[in-house]
Design a protein around this ligand. Structure first.
Ligand code: APR
Length: 309
């Protein structure tokens, strides 16, 4: 059983993708809004009936219904509104995430938890503190999104499928992320050897700005990419695939960093983020990685301290 907290754009789209992928027989959608998760669930059950998918989606306003979940996806939170500062958003979403964490701890204490709520690196830290779960079971989404977005942009120049590219993006999810095309490859051939300098810089820029670009164009943030990434991650965990994807996990000495959640390649299997893959970095690359780590630390300062205790 998989539960999704927050049946807004990301939550509902993720539920639909999980249904299409038959990731589990039962998907529970929880939201504080009365009627919304129930309506989404009903509509999706009709879609499942049309396509012959053996999945039942349940909409609920009651956290008790997440009992028995092996995976919980948290998408609850506010989007930044005009005039709202990043600090205000971080404070508000930290309050929401801390509240959700309490319920997950109570009703799904053995689950693997994946969170999409932004600012991601700060919110996954709040979640980790409030859940008290081991680090392999607390995973920040979006590495898979950032890295696959980079594969997409690079593929446009190279003329190979994005699936044939192994992309590497490290550090923060946000404007200080560190895309590393030079350490990304097509069968061992670095993207640097495929791209002109101008293309290389454009791939980096587009990757960093992808989320903002979507929001600028249609006035609300990304949901299709996140839902696809969530399906990939959930499937890897459910089927114990040992798939390597990128995710924000707590570093405990890896990459020379301790006590910070950051995007790195991880092995996903039945125990969640089972292992971190440490990619050797040059001294210049290390410097850029640490710049991104420092931006994450700065983000954490925007969160009221009671949510990080
Ligand atoms: N418990 C459950 N649901 C909640 C709670 C809560 N305490 N607080 C808010 N929600 C719900 C809202 O009612 C809303 O339905 O979370 C949902 C958020 O949905 P959207 O506003 O559509 O936001 P969405 O686009 O789905 O993004 C969710 O993921 O990618 C990130 O930046 C994004 O932080 C944002 C999150």
């Amino acid at each position: 059983m998989i539960s999704i907290i927050g049946s807004g754009k990301v939550g509902a789209t993720a539920a639909a993708f999980l249904m299409l992928g038959e990731a589990d027989k039962k998907i529970v959608l929880v939201d504080i809004l009365q009627g919304v998760p129930q309506g989404e669930a009903l509509d999706m059950n009709h879609a499942a009936a049309i396509l012959g998918k053996s999945v039942e989606v349940i909409g609920s306003n009651n956290y008790e219904d997440i009992k028995g979940s092996d995976i919980v996806i948290i998408t609850a939170g506010l989007a930044r509104k005009p005039g709202m500062t990043r600090e205000e958003l971080a404070g508000k979403n930290a309050e929401i995430v801390a509240g959700v964490a309490e319920q997950v701890k109570k009703y799904a204490p053995n689950s693997i938890v994946i969170i999409t709520t932004n600012p991601l690196d700060a919110m996954v830290t709040v979640l980790y503190k409030k859940l008290g779960f081991p680090r392999n079971r607390v995973i920040g989404f979006s590495g898979v999104l950032d890295s696959r977005r980079m594969a997409y942009y690079a593929s446009q120049y190279i003329g190979v499928s994005p699936a044939s590219i192994v992309p590497l993006v490290l550090g923060q999810h946000g404007e200080n992320m560190y895309p590393v095309p030079e350490l990304s490859s097509v069968y061992g051939k670095s993207l640097k050897d495929f791209l002109t300098e101008e293309q290389y810089n454009k791939v980096v820029k587009d990757t960093i700005e992808a989320g903002a670009q979507i929001t600028n164009l249609r006035k609300f943030s990304s949901n299709w990419g996140p839902a696809a990434g969530l399906l990939l991650m959930v499937d890897a965990i459910k089927k114990d695939r040992k798939l390597v994807v990128e995710a924000s996990v707590l570093l405990d000495g890896e990459y020379g960093v301790k006590g910070v959640f950051a995007e790195v390649p991880v092995v996903l299997g039945k125990d969640g983020a089972e292992k971190i893959i440490e990619v050797p970095l040059s001294s210049q690359q290390k410097e850029l990685f640490m710049k991104s780590i420092n931006a994450i630390k700065e983000n954490l300062k925007q969160v009221p301290p009671q949510y990080l205790a």
